[in-house]
Design a protein around this ligand. Structure first.
Ligand code: EPZ
Length: 434
């Protein structure tokens, strides 16, 4: 397994370009199932989850080219021949988002066999709301031997109200609805930009959708969809992670190729914490900090609130802020895996249920630490960038799932970070993923 060696203390300075959003790319790639035509997606990040999604679609009979036409960030997908509409456990267990093929498979082929994803580091991650919506649209779903088997002669439009706001649940059922008979109204939907991105692709393919990005989405089913060329959004969580990297190191960093509109809650919180943030045109944000940070509380909420995917990164920043910051995690039941590792580096953090109390500023000292999930890994990198000495971060494959060439991007900003191959290579693919 690869590991990072990071020597802390350098303020980060310069410009970094953000990759495309992993959490847009995954549903958009699954949307190709809905047509026999070719779908081309631009601005695809080169991260492990995209490779996993390629393996998943290919295992069903799809033709998936990553880096098509010599462009490393383009993928071309053709699902004309879906010979085996099954999402196998050995793939699903490494990427929960595999459940995103459920809705499109039933909509296109009338059946799907999808391994039940099971839990992960950050929580139980059920997909009961995906199932409930498909059943309301006429699918019969049986669960046995760790698999969901869904069948439907033809899905029919329905009035769905989500019991809880679910991002991939909204995306899965949106993809089911676009080919269903009649109208589907979905209420209490997720409003994340990744949902809007998927809806834009589906409309480019001929779907009839209103209200994406709001809590009520209205879909008029159509008889078929055609191919499309579509460029996905920049990754707002990667952009937010680099904003915190500039803030925590007392640097001056411009994040380019991002969408500042998707970062409003993060920008507001960083300003409250005492950093200077400037939106530069339509696709860049600059963060400057003199290293003095004020404590500020966060409570994670669905979009447009403070994102749960930024909670671990913010906690690293809060360890350096002057005073007590309360970090409340409202979305997932176990998303504090980074806390113990931060404490081992010298942070002063107490967890009580879903609230962490962070007392700062704490002098962090370099240590050997273990990454446990995608965003916890980012938190440990941020802490190591300010820790005194050389930190070793193990199991960075977690980070490679959602951050493209992170060490090269950080090196470009002046960070002292190196990737070291491990002498004991293990089957990383066996690792369970969040
Ligand atoms: C998406 O996961 C993201 N993943 C996650 O990003 C992100 O943290 C999460 O949304 C919240 O924003 C992708 O988009 C691929 P949810 P998702 O369904 O859709 C409960 C990352 O770091 N729930 O919105 O799986 C669930 O347990 C990853 O990039 C049900 O109870 O999250 C959770 O408490 C991690 N039943 C809450 O809803 C369901 O059927 C929100 O989960 C579905 C969800």
């Amino acid at each position: 397994m690869d590991r990072f060696v990071i020597c802390g203390g350098n303020p980060l300075v310069g410009t970094v370009r953000v990759s495309g959003a992993k959490n847009s790319a995954l549903p958009c790639m699954a949307a190709a199932i809905l047509t026999q035509d070719e779908v081309t997606l631009e601005n695809i990040p080169q991260v492990r989850d995209i490779q996993t999604e390629r393996r998943l679609l290919s295992s069903m009979g799809a033709e998936v080219e990553l880096g098509s036409g010599g462009n490393d960030h383009r993928t071309t997908i053709c699902c004309r021949n879906l010979s085996d509409p099954v999402a196998k456990y050995e793939i699903v267990k490494t990427m929960r988002a595999s459940s995103l093929v459920l809705g499109p498979l039933v909509a296109r082929t009338g059946m799907a066999r999808v391994a039940v994803p099971g839990g992960c580091a950050i929580g139980g991650r059920p997909i009961d709301l995906h199932i409930k919506g498909l059943e309301k649209m006429g699918a019969t779903i049986v669960q046995e031997h760790g698999y969901l088997e869904a069948r439907a002669e033809h899905l029919k439009g329905a009035h769905l109200v989500f019991d809880k706001i679910t991002v991939t649940g909204t995306e899965d059922l949106l993809m089911a609805a676009v080919l269903a008979d009649g109208e589907t109204v979905m209420e209490n939907c997720a409003r994340e930009p990744e949902v809007t991105d998927l809806a834009a692709l589906l409309m480019a393919m001929g779907a009839m959708i209103e209200g994406a990005g709001t809590s009520t989405i209205r879909v008029q089913g159509v008889t078929g969809l055609h191919g499309a060329n579509y460029r996905i959004n920049p990754d707002r969580i990667e952009a937010g992670t680099f904003l915190i990297a500039g803030a925590i190191t007392g640097g001056d960093v411009t994040i380019a190729d991002c969408n500042p509109d998707h970062l409003r809650a993060v920008i507001a919180k960083l300003e409250e914490a005492g950093t200077k943030i400037d939106v530069v045109g339509a696709d860049a944000v600059r963060v400057r900090s003199d290293g003095h940070l004020n404590a500020a509380d966060i409570s994670t909420e669905e979009y447009p609130g403070f994102p749960t995917d930024m909670q671990a990164q913010y906690m690293a920043l809060a360890t350096q802020a002057d005073g007590v910051s309360l970090v409340k995690e409202n979305i997932f039941e176990n998303r504090f895996m980074h806390v113990q590792e931060l404490v081992r580096m010298g942070a002063n953090i107490k967890v009580d249920g879903r609230t962490a109390t962070v007392q700062g500023p704490a002098k962090l000292s370099a240590a050997a630490v273990m990454c446990s999930d995608l965003r916890a890994s980012a938190s440990l990198v941020l802490a190591a960038l300010v820790a005194d000495g050389e930190s070793i971060l193990d199991r960075v494959y977690h980070m490679d799932r959602g951050y493209e060439r992170i060490e090269e991007k950080l090196q470009g900003l002046g960070a002292q970070i190196q990737r070291m191959g491990n002498v004991f290579p293990v089957r990383e693919a066996e690792a369970f993923a969040d």
